[in-house]
Design a protein around this ligand. Sequence first.
Ligand code: ADP
Ligand code: MG
Length: 182
Amino acid sequence: MPKSSLNPPKESALIPLPLEKDTEHLAQQLAMALKALFEQNPSTCVHIDLVGDLGAGKTTLTRYLLNSLGHIGKVKSPTYALCEPYEISIHGALISVHHFDLYRMTYPKEWIDAGFRDAFSQPGICLVEWPEKAEGTLSATDLTIQMDADFAHSAQEHGNRSAKLLSWSDVGHQLLDLMKLS
Ligand code: ADP
Ligand code: MG
């Protein structure tokens, strides 16, 4: 759900991601922006939605993002658990990161019944794959990352990959500015 349906989002240009290292680079830019944001204010609350078909690269981007934020070790796909929690350190402050994958939810409020409502109101970062499955029951998002692989119209085995970022709030606009995408 966008933060305000009254204000149109700010949009990045289409970012081509032909190689996985391009997705890694995008994740590094987002990690740098998040670090700058949390350095200014460690109690910031950031909600980022990752939108796109299966195989578009949402989990891959999240893996690179968590690694760029300093997480060492595996990043499991949270498809069956709904959410995998992490703790990272930004300039000495511990920041919680919740990585959601709502694809297998059987009803929109399952994430609430699973005990995750507080994740969106406490300081930290929520990354949400398949937010559409929650049918508007999630808190408003700050940033939407739309990922596309367009397998149908590509001669390449890995598709014609790209991403576009849309920011909906002051926090989202700040992140987009800090990422210096163009
Ligand atoms: P999703 O979470 O959107 O369903 P995944 O990230 O799980 O997608 O899967 C994307 C797959 O595509 C991974 O196996 C990844 O290694 C591969 N891949 C190939 N090229 C890219 C790229 N440029 N960006 C992201 N993933 C890529
Ligand atoms: Mg995924």
